[in-house]
Design a protein around this ligand. Structure first.
Ligand code: FDA
Length: 297
């Protein structure tokens, strides 16, 4: 497709995509649309992780506004009794401008979480951000207990990162990894990624802290349930399952019905285009689902 054509498609999808089908994956463009969706998820028994969509922000003022919006959200959860925490990207709050700025904004959000009796997690982005993200996590963890981070099982380094952080009794979310990475830093073979996922999950579950098993891989979900049961771990309190809103809903419901805590990662915001593209790229069948939205209104 010519560059001009693809720019046109992007503009059309950005303009009409929320109506066409993005709502399957994204809870609207602002908090007034997001909050009812979060409440509906709670009514079904799911906890929620709220994310305001956006990344790679280069404008200092915008990063402050993002932090303020997360604080507002945390207060709304407390005021309305919504079972939701927040997960944000450090490049959304300034990591690419100045790590110190990102730290200050992240501290503001973590303080709001603490004041409202809630928790906050920093997503993991491209591999070049792992070192600054974990450095910020360590600094935040000195001040706040309810702060978490993410490790990606496709990265070779994640095992040693987990080993190094286990003494902090961390709140860690384990994912496979969503970015295009060089084979120098990330396992190119999916089976290796899956195997390492299980290793990281078992290691985290065997130590103090809290583990979020974030995957739609039914075999891993079943494996973790069996592993935890064999060790006599309670179904809630030491770990939870996390899935993306709109994906693998039957698996999420099954885990919930078996008595586990299941948290849906529920994003919203005007900048939903890159998020949607990532979900479509993960599974081509989603493209058909997305397009069907255009005709089934
Ligand atoms: P895998 O890709 O092997 O898929 C297993 C099965 O799940 C598939 O067979 C299919 O049935 C289903 N499935 C997976 N993706 C689907 C899709 N898009 N649509 C429909 N079905 C799908 N990544 C990252 O790099 N940093 C992060 O901070 C996070 N955070 C995060 C939070 C949460 C709650 C989740 C669930 C995931 C992330 N991720 C992430 C994304 C993660 O790295 C990964 O890209 C996706 O979860 C897809 O991998 P699975 O673990 O689902 O396995």
């Amino acid at each position: 497709m010519a560059a001009a054509d693809s720019a046109l498609v992007r503009r059309a999808v950005t303009r009409y995509g929320m109506r066409l089908g993005a709502r399957r994956f994204v809870a609207g463009e602002d908090s007034s649309q997001f909050l009812p969706v979060a409440k509906a998820a709670n009514a079904q028994g799911f906890s929620v992780a709220a994310t305001i969509l956006g990344e790679s922000v280069r404008d200092r003022c915008e990063t402050g506004a993002v932090a303020t919006e997360y604080c507002r959200l945390l207060r709304a959860f407390a005021d309305d009794g919504i079972d939701a925490n927040v997960a944000f990207k450090l490049t959304h709050v300034g990591l690419e401008i100045d790590p110190e700025l990102a730290f200050e904004n992240a501290s503001t959000i973590a303080a709001a979480a603490e004041q409202t009796g809630n928790t906050v997690r920093m997503d993991m982005e491209q591999s070049r951000f792992v070192v600054p993200t974990l450095a910020i996590y360590r600094r935040l963890r000195e001040r706040y207990v309810g702060v978490g981070f993410v490790l990606q099982s496709y990265l070779y380094r994640s095992r040693s990162d987990l080993d190094a952080l286990l003494p902090l009794a961390p709140n860690v979310r384990i994912v496979k990894g969503a970015y295009l990475e060089s084979p120098d830093v990330a396992r190119p073979n999916k089976r290796d990624v899956d195997e390492n996922y299980v290793e990281l999950a078992e290691l985290a579950l065997s130590h103090d802290g809290y583990t979020a098993i974030a995957t739609h891989d039914a075999r891993i979900v079943d494996h973790v349930m069996e592993f935890a049961a064999r060790r006599g771990m309670p179904k809630r309190g030491r770990f939870e399952f996390q899935m993306l809103y709109g994906i693998a809903a039957p698996l999420a419901r099954r885990a919930l019905e078996r008595g586990y805590r299941v948290r849906l990662s529920l994003p919203y915001g005007e900048n939903w285009f890159p998020y949607l593209m990532r979900r479509l790229a993960e599974r081509p069948a989603n493209v058909a689902f997305f397009l069907r939205g255009a005709f089934m209104r």
